[in-house]
Design a protein around this ligand. Structure first.
Ligand SMILES: [Zn+2]
Ligand SMILES: [Zn+2]
Length: 649
């Protein structure tokens, strides 16, 4: 058998060779470091023969890679899956009669679902005991061995052990996939029904921690019994685990769902699931972002429009949404007409374009609308401001001629870079091509994919290709940013669309006096304002830049006799369109400062006798402390300047 290694070298092995043999043939160091192999992209146990895996057709040379601790996510996934088995092993020993269901690796760790006998519960207090037992099994260096057995034998085995969930899983496999054998993995005294793959032995789990307990329905179905899900994570080293836990702790402290109510920005209620209630302070933040989009758009020739919320179904049929996107829309009926609330602004903007007459001289025509949208999102997927049913996007649709595509896409990307720059965020680009569910002829897709690619290449912009991830009406360039906690978020998008203009019969009169069809570019930069605010709150740990924050300065009178002066300072700040408050409570100034710090207000202006007499304020900056006194006018100019330039702290 011949294989090709990642560095292009050839490796020839006998027909009976396993993954472990391959590693040993490359070198003794690699044999020790090996965790698994990757054969034509498929991760497999070291112990399995190579002959029966990968792309065996055509006799072409197969690609072989040895996975070690340095192989990144795939390697971590292996030991996390190993750790899930060790967790089940420990729980079964400590809780006789427990039934086990499934235990996969997940994005940042693993879980296992248990059904405890009546009267037994498991809480986070029990973790120490379980972890101690897990550590024993890891220290024992138990090898993972795989065995393929006929389904009948497996059912009998798990039936004897009263592991009903395992029996059900095997019955499902027989019914849904017609399997005749299933694989079992054994380490130490523990055997699990499992597809694998696994690392060679438990000792490779360098460091692990159980994290929390949650309820989870068997098969995710609320009509089934509720199981106990134990979450944990594992790494190759204690250092990596400690770093991960610290990042997690910071993310928890910066969680926008916590910061929002704490800073008085927004709140949620069960009477409107997935829809934020914006408090006055949050509304200031929201509006400041809308103003930013509006002002930057105006400078770039965008025209603000307002289009309806509720449309007759005929509009959605024309746009293709009824057919391809219907499941995401809230639908209603009135006077015998089916109607739907808009989930996107594009069809409304197409309709608006269609209502007028357009010459090539008018193009490009750039409509912008921070329109309110509603989308059906299942309750289980809702997540603070990040996943909502009701939101507004900084949404634009640019109608242009084919000749203008390159320039318009480049300008939209420039606009995006300028926007992210305001927040100090770096961007990564991704080009997404035609998805399976789509409208429009393949020739149109060829044309629009090529146009986007060319726009990126002409600008010399690096990008990743994401095949099949385009919108149903056209390919797109997505923009991703990385936040202060190292997490990646998709924000903006620029999408090219030949389809919708065609479906709406949009036209313009060309220089040749004939009718032509314009091309449409969809573009949103912040995405939804709701989600963007959620991301910014977490990125800035609640300390938004001064121009964006709800209360920019708070005046703190030392005693009641300074209240009037404090109010006059506030009035002058407000006259300069700055957002200022007065803390007129009868509390000590120390207490007022502490409270203002908790609210993360950037400037505290303390006023007493001395300040009052000299028309000054004692300036205190959030987290930085006292800055000394300043004249009211001088401070006001400084703050106004910071706001006008949208300075980052
Ligand atoms: Zn497993
Ligand atoms: Zn659109």
């Amino acid at each position: 058998m011949e294989f090709e290694l990642p560095d292009g070298r050839k490796l020839t092995l006998p027909e009976t060779a396993t993954g472990a043999d391959a590693a040993a043939a490359i070198g003794p160091g690699l044999a020790r470091a090996a965790l698994a192999v990757k054969l034509d992209g498929q991760v497999r146990d070291l112990a399995r023969p190579l002959a029966d895996g990968g792309d065996t057709d055509g006799g072409t040379r197969r690609r072989l890679e040895i996975l070690t601790e340095r192989s990144g996510h795939e390697a971590l996934e292996l030991i996390r899956h190993d750790a899930a088995h060790v967790l089940a092993e420990a729980v079964m020993e400590l809780y006789p009669g427990v039934k086990i269901s499934i235990g996969p690796p997940i994005e940042n760790g693993f879980y296992y679902d248990f059904d405890f006998p009546d009267g037994t519960t498991l809480g986070e207090d029990d973790f120490e005991r379980i972890e101690a037992r897990m550590r024993e099994h890891i220290a024992a260096d138990e090898p993972f061995t795989r065995e393929d057995v006929p389904t009948a034998a497996a059912i009998e085995r798990f039936g004897d052990e009263h592991q009903d969930y395992k029996v059900q899983l095997i019955e499902d496999l027989i019914r849904d996939q017609g399997v005749e054998t299933v694989s079992l993995y054994t380490n130490g005294p523990f055997t699990d029904l499992c597809r694998g793959p696994h690392g060679p032995s438990t000792k490779r789990i360098g460091a692990f921690k159980l994290q929390n307990v949650a309820g989870a329905y068997w098969r995710g179905d609320a009509s089934n019994p509720m199981l106990t899900r134990v979450y944990g994570t594992a790494f190759f080293s204690k250092r990596e685990l400690a770093e991960f836990l610290e990042r997690l702790e910071r993310a928890r402290a910066n969680d926008h769902r916590r910061l929002g109510p704490q800073l008085g920005l927004f709140t949620f209620s069960d009477v409107a699931p997935g829809s934020a209630f914006w408090l006055p302070a949050g509304t200031e933040v929201f509006n400041a972002l809308v103003t930013l989009s509006r002002e930057m758009g105006r400078e770039r020739g965008y025209l603000e429009v307002k289009t309806p919320q509720l449309y007759d179904s005929s509009l959605w049929v024309t746009s293709g949404h009824w057919d391809k996107y219907g499941g995401n829309m809230f639908v209603t009926e009135y006077e015998d007409r089916a109607m739907a609330i808009k989930p996107m602004n594009c069809p409304g903007h197409c309709q608006l374009y269609a209502l007028g007459r357009h010459s090539y001289r008018d193009l490009p025509l750039r409509y912008w609308e921070p329109g309110l949208l509603h989308r059906r999102e299942p309750s289980g997927t809702l997540h603070g401001l990040l996943r909502v049913r009701h939101f507004a996007q900084d949404d634009s649709h640019i109608f242009c001629t084919e000749d203008q595509i390159q320039e318009e896409v480049a300008a939209a990307l420039d606009f995006a870079f300028a926007t992210y720059d305001v927040f100090g965020l770096d961007v990564r680009l991704e080009l997404s091509t035609r998805p399976e569910q789509r409208i429009g002829a393949d020739e149109l897709w060829d044309k629009s994919e090529a146009a986007l690619m060319k726009a990126l290449e002409l600008q010399g912009l690096p990008y990743e290709l994401s095949e099949g991830e385009g919108a149903f009406y056209g390919p797109k360039i997505d923009m991703h940013i990385t936040d202060s906690l190292g997490r990646s978020w998709q924000l903006g998008t620029v999408q090219l669309d030949y389809n919708m203009p065609e479906r709406f019969g949009l036209i313009y009169t060309g220089a040749d006096n004939a009718e032509h069809q314009p091309v449409m570019i969809h573009r949103a930069l912040m995405g939804s304002y709701e989600r963007f605010i959620g991301i910014l709150l977490e990125h800035f740990a609640g300390e938004l830049p001064v121009w964006l924050t709800a209360v920019q300065a708070i005046v703190l009178p030392i005693a009641d006799r300074h209240l009037e002066y404090a109010q006059s300072v506030q009035a002058r700040l407000r006259a300069a369109r700055l957002r200022a408050e007065v803390d007129g409570r009868g509390e000590s100034v120390g207490r007022k400062i502490r409270d203002a710090e908790l609210r993360k207000i950037p400037y505290m202006l303390v006023v007493g006798d001395r300040e009052q007499e000299s028309d000054q304020v004692a300036v205190r900056e959030h987290r930085r402390g006292d800055e000394g006194t300043a004249g009211v006018e001088a401070f006001l100019e400084r703050l106004a300047d910071e706001v006008r330039t949208r300075a980052l702290a």
